[in-house]
Design a protein around this ligand. Structure first.
Ligand code: BDR
Ligand code: CA
Length: 327
C-alpha cells in the first residue's frame, strides 16, 4: 500500500502536537517533514515544542523553522489558550535532534520537488505564512502539490474575533494567497473542529494506554481543557489540528461541501473572516472544499490508535536498546 505523503506546517500548540502524533503514528501516512511558523507562540518557542514532541514520541522527521511573523500585519500569539511556552502543561523534554538547517520554506519546496508531481499533500495547521512564501519563491509547487488540507477559518463564527478564526486572523494576506491559488484546498474550520472535543471518556482511553507518551498527551489535553473552559466556556476542548490529518487518512471521517471562499482583507471589523458562499451569491467559481460534519467516534479511534502504535514502537525500541547494553 502506498502511503499518503504529507508535510505538516504547524505552530505547536496543543492540538498541533496531537496532529504530529496522528501523522507519525498512522500507518497510512508518510510524514515527510514538519515545518514551523510563528502563531500560537513565537517561532523559537513553537520550533522548540515541535522538537520536544518528536523527542517524546521518538520521531526522526526533519523539523525546520520558518516565518517569524505574518506577511504584513502585526504578530498575534495565543498565550491565553496555549500558555507562555505555547505548549504549557507537560514538562517538555530536551530535543533529541537538532532542527534542519534549512528555512521551512526551502524544506517545503525541496520536499515537494523531490517527489513525483501530485503525490505530496500540504497540511498547514497554523498561520499560512510559510505556504504563501513557498508559493512566491517557487510558484511551480502549486501544480505539483496533491492537495492542501488546512485548519483555519469557519463559515459561521470566529474565535480570535467574532468574525475570524486565529490561523486566518494571524496572517490574512497569506491565507488569501493560499485560497486563491490553483490547487485543491480543503478548509477544515471551526465548524468542523469544534466537534472534535476531547471529553473525559477520550482522555480516559488515552490514559489507559499507560505509556510515557500517553501520559504526555493526557497532560497536553488537561491544560488545553483548562484554558478552553476558562477562556471560551467549553466543557471539553476542541482538538482542531489533527482533524486535517484524519481527513487525509480517511476522507469519510468528514462531510464536505464545495464553495467559493474569500478571505476578508479590508473589513473594519471582519478582517480575516472566511466568507463562504454556499449559495453562490457572488457567482464565483468554487475554490474550496469546506468541512462540515465530523465522524467524531472515527476521528478519536484513529487518533488513539496512533498514540498506541507510537507507544508500542517506543517500548520495543527501549527494550532492544536495553538488551543490547552490556550489563
Ligand atoms: C487554531 O488556532 C490555534 O490556536 C490552534 O492550534 C488551531 O490551529 C484554532 O483556531
Ligand atoms: Ca495550530
Amino acid at each position: 500500500m502506498s502511503r499518503h505523503k504529507i508535510i505538516l506546517d504547524c505552530d505547536p500548540g496543543h492540538d498541533d502536537a496531537i496532529a504530529i502524533l496522528l501523522a507519525a503514528g498512522d500507518p497510512s501516512i508518510e510524514l515527510l517533514a514538519i515545518t514551523t511558523c510563528a502563531g500560537n507562540q513565537t517561532l523559537e518557542k513553537v520550533t522548540r515544542n515541535a522538537l520536544a514532541v518528536c523527542a517524546v514520541a521518538g520521531l526522526d522527521v526533519p523539523v525546520a523553522a520558518g516565518a517569524a511573523g505574518p506577511l504584513v500585519r502585526q504578530q498575534l500569539v495565543a498565550p491565553d489558550i496555549h500558555g507562555e511556552s505555547g505548549l504549557d502543561g507537560p514538562v517538555l523534554p530536551a530535543p533529541t535532534h537538532a532542527a534542519d538547517p534549512r528555512h521551512a520554506v526551502d524544506l517545503i519546496i525541496d520536499t515537494i520537488m523531490a517527489h513525483e508531481p501530485g503525490t505530496v499533500s500540504l497540511v498547514p495547521t497554523g498561520p499560512l505564512t510559510n505556504i504563501a512564501l513557498a508559493m512566491r519563491k517557487e510558484p511551480s509547487i502549486i501544480g505539483r502539490v496533491k492537495e492542501v488540507v488546512l485548519m483555519g477559518g469557519s463559515y459561521t463564527r470566529g474565535n480570535r474575533t467574532p468574525a475570524a478564526e486565529f490561523n486566518i486572523a494571524a496572517d490574512p494576506e497569506a491565507a488569501a494567497a493560499v485560497f486563491d491559488a490553483e490547487w485543491p484546498v480543503t478548509m477544515v474550520g471551526l465548524d468542523l473542529t469544534h466537534q472534535a472535543t476531547a471529553d473525559d471518556d477520550v482522555v480516559a482511553r488515552i490514559a489507559a494506554i499507560g505509556s510515557p507518551l500517553a501520559d504526555f498527551v493526557v497532560e497536553v489535553l488537561t491544560f488545553f481543557a483548562s484554558t478552553y473552559r476558562e477562556r471560551q466556556g467549553f466543557d471539553a476542548p476542541p482538538v482542531h489540528d489533527p482533524c486535517c490529518v484524519a481527513a487525509i487518512i480517511d476522507p469519510s471521517v468528514m462531510e464536505i461541501r464545495s464553495a467559493f471562499v474569500a478571505v476578508e482583507l479590508a473589513g473594519t471589523w471582519t478582517s480575516g473572516m472566511t466568507v463562504t458562499d454556499f449559495g453562490d451569491a457572488y457567482g464565483q467559481p468554487h475554490n474550496a472544499r469546506v468541512a462540515t460534519k465530523l465522524d467524531r467516534a472515527r476521528f478519536w479511534d484513529l487518533t488513539i490508535e496512533a498514540i498506541r502504535r507510537l507507544s508500542e514502537a517506543s517500548a520495543t525500541e527501549a527494550s532492544a536498546t536495553t538488551e543490547g547494553t552490556p550489563q
